[in-house]
Write a protein that binds this ligand. Sequence first.
Ligand SMILES: Nc1nc2c(c(=O)[nH]1)N[C@H]1C(S)=C(S)[C@@H](COP(=O)(O)OP(=O)(O)OC[C@H]3O[C@@H](n4cnc5c(=O)[nH]c(N)nc54)[C@H](O)[C@@H]3O)O[C@H]1N2
Ligand SMILES: Nc1nc2c(c(=O)[nH]1)N[C@H]1C(S)=C(S)[C@@H](COP(=O)(O)OP(=O)(O)OC[C@H]3O[C@@H](n4cnc5c(=O)[nH]c(N)nc54)[C@H](O)[C@@H]3O)O[C@H]1N2
Ligand SMILES: [Mo]
Length: 761
Amino acid sequence: MTTERTWLPSSSHWGAFRAATDPDGTLHVEPHPADPAPSPLLGNLAGTVRHRTRVRRPAIRRGWLEGGPGPTGARGSEEFVEVSWDTALDLVAEQLERTRREHGNEAIFGGSYGWSSAGRFHHAQSQLHRFHNTIGGYTASRNNYSFGTSQVLLPHVIGSTDALLQHADSWQTIREHTDLVVAFGGLATKNLSIASGGITRHTGSAALRDLGTDVAVISPLADDVPPGSSWYPIAPGTDVALQLGLAHTLLTSGHHDQDFLERCCTGFDVFADYLLGERDGTAKSAEWAAGICGIDAADIRALAARMAAGRTLITVSWSLQRTEHGEQPVWAGLALAAMLGQIGLPGGGFGHGYGSMADIGDDAPVLRPPTLPLGRNPVSTFIPVARIADLLLNPGQQYDYDGQRLTYPEIRLVHWAGGNPFHHHQDLNRLRRAFGRPDTVVVQETHWTATARHADVVLPATVALEREDVGAGRRDSHLIAMHQVLDPIGEARDDYDILAGLARRLGVHEEFTEGRSPREWLVHMYEQWRSGLVAQGHDIPPFAEFWAAGDVRIPDVPRRAPLVAFRSDPQQNPLRTPSGRIELFSATIDSFGHPDCPGHPAWLPARQRRGGPLHLIANQPSTRLHGQGDVGAVSQGAKVAGREPIRIHPQDAAARGISDGAVVRVFNHLGACLAGARVTEDVRPGVVALATGAWFDPQPDPVRPGETLCAHGNPNVLTADVPSSRLSQGCAGQHAHVEVERYDGPVPALRCSEPPPLADS
Ligand SMILES: Nc1nc2c(c(=O)[nH]1)N[C@H]1C(S)=C(S)[C@@H](COP(=O)(O)OP(=O)(O)OC[C@H]3O[C@@H](n4cnc5c(=O)[nH]c(N)nc54)[C@H](O)[C@@H]3O)O[C@H]1N2
Ligand SMILES: Nc1nc2c(c(=O)[nH]1)N[C@H]1C(S)=C(S)[C@@H](COP(=O)(O)OP(=O)(O)OC[C@H]3O[C@@H](n4cnc5c(=O)[nH]c(N)nc54)[C@H](O)[C@@H]3O)O[C@H]1N2
Ligand SMILES: [Mo]
């Protein structure tokens, strides 16, 4: 017996969809009809939006409510008291007011990094920034966790990130023109589920399957290898050695493009001297590289010959720069491509992020979707985003960033909306100490995440399905009319509504809201977007028509190819680098004098790393987006004994008496977690893989008195809180060194999948 369901359109970072509810509240989700390969992550939604870990009422940590604001070690371990909205908003407004009066707006950290949800208006991070801009500003964060190291490096060496990311060649162009793709960091199909802001048509996995081009995949994991390609199972963290070995082979066999290097690049002479070992006495030959990266010298030479024989695309995944010295694999990859001389030719040259995100290689138009105006932040203080724990722990301390000497301000109040630092940051035990420092921590969250549990005031936010919005990614085929499908849970409010309530108490309601309801904002943002396109001659329907139809096709706009123009005439179309060309030696970077990022791409052995004999890869999860959806069916279905799966090679498992399905303890000098063993030849010997995103669940170790562990398997208890380098201060969380042992103690029940202890006021 089937009843007629009313399907309403909505969207998420993992794809557009339509949803319907049964009278009993069951949520049904179907992919957008135009999506040829919908993401399996849609399967997490139904179990997530109504999960018992939803925050239902405003809640305040008992110690803060009774003892007032101030530094404390109690965050993350005390019960919460549920209060009325008026009480919660009055108290937060009072602390915002006190903080800016006594310490200045700089003492408010509003950087609030995180992906929140799809939807251009209710994007929590944007709402929060707009709100703080209306009350005098905040200490901000700069760059992202995704490719924050490249965001600092690339402007110095190729003038911008856009040329490589926004204007990347499409899979179609690669299919037509490319003979060989050399993919450092692989081409992980799992990552192609995701595009920030949404994606209506997933075309990446099919394009990869039918590429019809030779692909050489350089990765320690087999799942980064599309069918039909050759796998080079490299030792993690050694790609630069391989890249230099390839470059040395090209140089000594005369396969480098001298004309391109002279016309379009600067500094090749310095790099060539380095390859030949003119100054350090070490030639970066294929034999030298083989000794470091574990790929045979003969295979390296053969790969170099193949690269020189046809149209070659060298691509480096974002994961490689999310490591110590993360600039180097990106810069060395660019140098290698420059030596082949094909940068600016279709399907050739250098790519960054193929296999990292769905919108790299997509052929949908690059067009700015409707946008919420954020205003201006009167405070100029910022941190590079991954320095959050240093900021809170070390006020007054100086540090380097992109050639500047900056000082950490003193933060008194932290306000987070739409992000989960207890998911995204490294060394979570250190982050817990850092979160003990401010006077007040306010978190707007949909769920009782670890970040919400470490707050003083938790304000319950609606999820996207509980409100109206318009959704699209930066490169998307459709703009989606996101209808409201569900009533807000409990007393949850939209972030906009929460912030408008604070704005009213602080006397800036009119500035913040401009007098518009959410629906009026949607119409306003849409019509602004539409009028720009109509002026360019596109036919876009008015809002009411768009809303009724459920989506609108985003018009095709001409693709730009800045590197093509540059290549054809570097004098007329210079890059925005000091020389106007690709910099294989950067006098600017060299002048900063950082040993961890010299003036040309270089092999920098990892700093002495304690921790253990196994190299841990903490990559993106295939079963969810970061921590989002971890309580959903797809993520839960992949757990092993209720813990996050860790993959380990049969040799390493046998040596430790670990069998498939066993609970293991993963540990190093920074922390420990439990995980569920998956014994598989899909990982290189000596490597273990534990994806990010299992909800952090710190508990007393049942076996070792006085120690704690994450009972669930969050790898960020094991990653070191060190920057990629002093140049970029980027996130280096992709790698750690660990030991793994069989765990025979009592397996603690998870606390993260229940709300924390809540009391009534
Ligand atoms: N070890 C290691 N760590 C990493 C990485 C790695 O490779 N290795 N990768 C890093 C990368 S690339 C990234 S991008 C980060 C991602 O880190 P985050 O973006 O912080 O991770 P998410 O889990 O997506 O967090 C978004 C949060 O927003 C909440 N949310 C969703 N919708 C709303 C809403 O409407 N309102 C409010 N108030 N909240 C909402 C969700 O519940 C969720 O908790 O992680 C980084 N961390
Ligand atoms: N399903 C899913 N997809 C996602 C996300 C998600 O959470 N879930 N997150 C999205 C986000 S925010 C981002 S920024 C992108 C990130 O995109 P990436 O950073 O590229 O993704 P990762 O999965 O972290 O890493 C990709 C692969 O790099 C390989 N790798 C790691 N270390 C090394 C090394 O030293 N050498 C070599 N050669 N390979 C190595 C690993 O095998 C890993 O599978 O992913 C996006 N896509
Ligand atoms: Mo990311």
